[in-house]
Design a protein around this ligand. Structure first.
Ligand code: FAD
Length: 396
């Protein structure tokens, strides 16, 4: 194996959506950087399927919002139902933003758009490169990287961990990841099915057996999400049909024809104790993980990336001192805590089992539905627009 050295200003570890967004931001700002990814082609699976209005506002600074909107499916409403009864209906088509919608797009397509945008900005991911170890020196951080071409040492002024939930960067920095793991698993599936209901709406059904979400996707497919105690690793047509029959609409039932992709994952609810230690930073799932209720995970990471990218560009171009980078944690950690609270509340509400609690929950939701100001608060929280200040550097 040969060993060689490379110097850069910023090393980004991981090319999921968060790492890609950060790399585009740095490339467009003319910041010298390297982005490495241990997989050879990315994960290429559907996973996070919703992009919220505030994320699109932020991503417009990367020149990708228009293409995401063109490829995605714009949905107007989100309803919460108890089988056939509507408990609350939120409107995303009247939000105070140019991106007034819930945009549905599978994560692999979002990642492809981001990868293309990085190439257009003259950047490139080094696929198949794994960061094995990081050591801080007096002038920066040395990363030991391996790939099929051998070992390499990358010396960077700053290293950003966009390396997901099991982050090596977080571990190396000795930053705690406080929180808990839930008992239940979530089942996810992208299916083709007969659906005799609105197609511009995400529907969240509560039922005594648990929740199920039905969300239209581009190309006529649907995303199904459900909680389950003992979910199979790859749910099949019969599993999804059973979930929809038991929890979805009792009238005009769905008929599942084909599962295009399915998965399950366990819920964690954690936020990193710090977002920065010295020259090491955390973004995306490396910094926060939570329930997919409300579809906030990838969205929060994308905003983290744009905020940190802007701060790093200011420091590296010499317009601000290193201490300026402390704003990143000050702005983004409280935003993640708000998101964790929101996703946690939605999950608890959706997974209530006691009949009395469900009865009280349904009354509370129907009351909220009659109060425009309460509805608007939830619309603003879900769309991320209530957290605009946590991404606005001009306000800091
Ligand atoms: C099955 C599943 C379903 C999901 N569904 C939803 C959903 O419905 N809604 C939602 O909002 N979110 C969902 N999520 C979460 C969402 O996918 C994540 O929030 C999002 O991918 C986070 O992006 P990221 O870039 O921060 O991290 P990741 O996408 O995890 O990317 C991290 C990358 O870093 C790379 N890496 C790690 N260590 C190293 C190393 N040492 N060297 C080099 N590279 C490294 C990894 O290979 C990986 O590609 C789901 C996740 C899963 C697993």
């Amino acid at each position: 194996m040969s060993t060689n050295r490379l110097n850069t200003d910023v090393l980004i570890v991981g090319a999921g959506p968060t790492g890609l967004a950060l790399a585009i931001k740095l490339a467009r700002a003319g910041v010298n950087h390297v982005i490495v990814e241990k997989l050879t082609t990315g994960q290429n699976t559907s996973r996070a399927a919703v992009i919220h209005a505030h994320t699109l506002e932020v991503l417009s600074s990367l020149g990708v919002a228009e293409q995401l909107v063109n490829e995605g499916l714009r949905l107007a409403t989100f309803s919460i139902r108890d089988r056939d009864r509507i408990l609350a209906r939120l409107r995303f088509d009247r939000l105070p933003t140019e991106f007034a919608c819930l945009l549905m797009l599978p994560q692999d397509r979002t990642e492809r758009i981001l990868t293309d945008a990085l190439i257009n900005a003259n950047g490139a991911v080094r696929w198949g490169c794994t960061v094995e170890a990081l050591n801080e020196t007096s002038t920066g951080v040395e990363a030991q990287v391996t790939s099929s071409e051998g070992a390499q040492t990358i010396h960077a002024r700053y290293v950003v961990g966009a390396d997901g939930m099991h982050s090596l960067v977080r571990e190396t920095a000795g930053i705690g990841f406080s929180g808990t793991s839930y008992e239940e698993s979530f089942v996810l599936a992208d299916v083709e099915m007969g659906w005799d209901h609105e197609r511009d709406e995400v529907m969240l059904f509560f039922s005594p057996a648990g929740l199920v979400v039905v969300a239209p996707l581009p190309d006529g497919r649907f995303r199904i999400v459900a909680t389950l105690d003992d979910a199979p690793p790859q749910p099949a047509v019969a599993d999804i049909q059973r979930l929809l029959d038991a929890r979805g609409p009792a009238r005009r039932r769905a008929r599942v024809y084909r599962v295009r992709w399915s998965s399950r994952f366990r819920l964690h609810h954690r936020v990193a104790d710090h977002y920065r230690r010295g020259r090491l930073f955390l973004v995306g799932d490396a910094a926060h993980v939570h329930s997919p209720a409300g579809g906030q995970g990838m969205n929060t990471g994308l905003v983290d990336a744009c905020v940190l990218g802007r701060l790093l560009a200011e420091v590296i171009h010499g317009r601000s001192e290193d201490a300026h980078l402390d704003q990143y944690e000050a702005m983004r950690r409280p935003a993640a805590q708000q998101v964790l609270q929101l996703a946690g509340r939605l999950t608890i509400m959706a997974t209530m089992r006691s009949a009395l609690k469900r009865f009280v929950r349904n009354i509370a939701l129907r009351t909220m539905n009659r109060l425009p100001s309460a509805r608007r608060r939830l619309e603003m929280a879900l769309s991320g627009l209530s957290r605009r200040a946590a991404a606005d550097l001009n306000g800091h």
